[in-house]
Design a protein around this ligand. Sequence first.
Ligand code: MG
Length: 391
Amino acid sequence: MTLAAFACDPAQSRGRRFAQAPAPTRTEYQRDRDRIVHCTAFRRLVYKTQVFLNHEGDLFRTRLTHSLEVAQLGRSIARSLQLNEDLVEAIALAHDLGHTPFGHAGQDALNECMTEFGGFEHNLQSLRVVDKLEERYPQFDGLNLTFETREGILKHCSRSHALDLEQHEPGGVGRRFLARTQPSLEAQLCNLADEIAYNAHDIDDGVRSGLITLEQLQEVALFDDYRRETLAEYPQLQDQSQGRRLLYESIRRMLSAQVYDVIAATGQALDAAAPCSADAVRQMPPLLQFGEEMRLKSQELKKFLLQQLYRHPQVMQTTGLAQQMVRELFDAYLNNPQEMQGRFLARSAAACGAADELSAAARVVADYIAGMTDRFAGHEHERLTGQRLLS
Ligand code: MG
């Protein structure tokens, strides 16, 4: 496949933190992708909540199926724009590795617990997983991924954490948050593909759960345009029993329209800006984008999902319980590190006597909890508190 001049070329990679000989048959980004698929944190994504808690049903998205959908959308757009599909796939599959159990509820609770100890950010945690927490190689911690994959994984980062990263890795992945430059187009693409994926699958899961209805969705232009188009073509789907087919066909058309829109709008932006290399892209404003009309429609859909689904009383109730579980787990392990398994207990013991002893111990607990699946966290919570909050 021909790559555009502004795509990331594995032969021009800024490389890995620990030098390794090239693989005989795979490019550096293919290698990154393969390392991610084989790591432990990736397998755990299947039991981590996206919006609906993992125990609420077998058909809802999990972090794993979400990540696969982001990879699919990302690759599809990458190919049309002659960007590097392998890099997009690697970033997409790794982008949520740092997510806590219980989705955003878990991450918010853990961030609160860590307020005095440097906070908790899931993007930074995804980087921590691939840089440090995975133990798979004799020579180094983490997966030793290329700069470009790590750059894409670190989607957001606070200034204080960026300064910290910069100190440990001068000119590395923290730099752009200080210099206010952009990441590669492949990384920009994964951000947008993430949004396109969750907007669409949260409609599907929301309707499946019964928390939102097809009638309510008629107030959202981005969805309703395609519902009407579908019904005009297949009037028989008006029948109540055909609701799922109508839903899927509308979502399918909505997804395709967004993909074509990104390709067209970004193509125009690229023509106008004419970046001559992947590095030139980093110095320009964001180029990977929706057209203006689609951007507004997508915003409207997001707002609808926030109000009608993510803040639905039933979701809020489980959110509250999930946050309680994370807070209680955090306190239990911080007070009794011996309740943690193997290497986390060892790391906690190693933190004893350090200058920032309490912060270091809290970070071990945060790493331990962040790595948990929903059900492991639930079992641990029950074991440590005798309470069963979610069943
Ligand atoms: Mg995501």
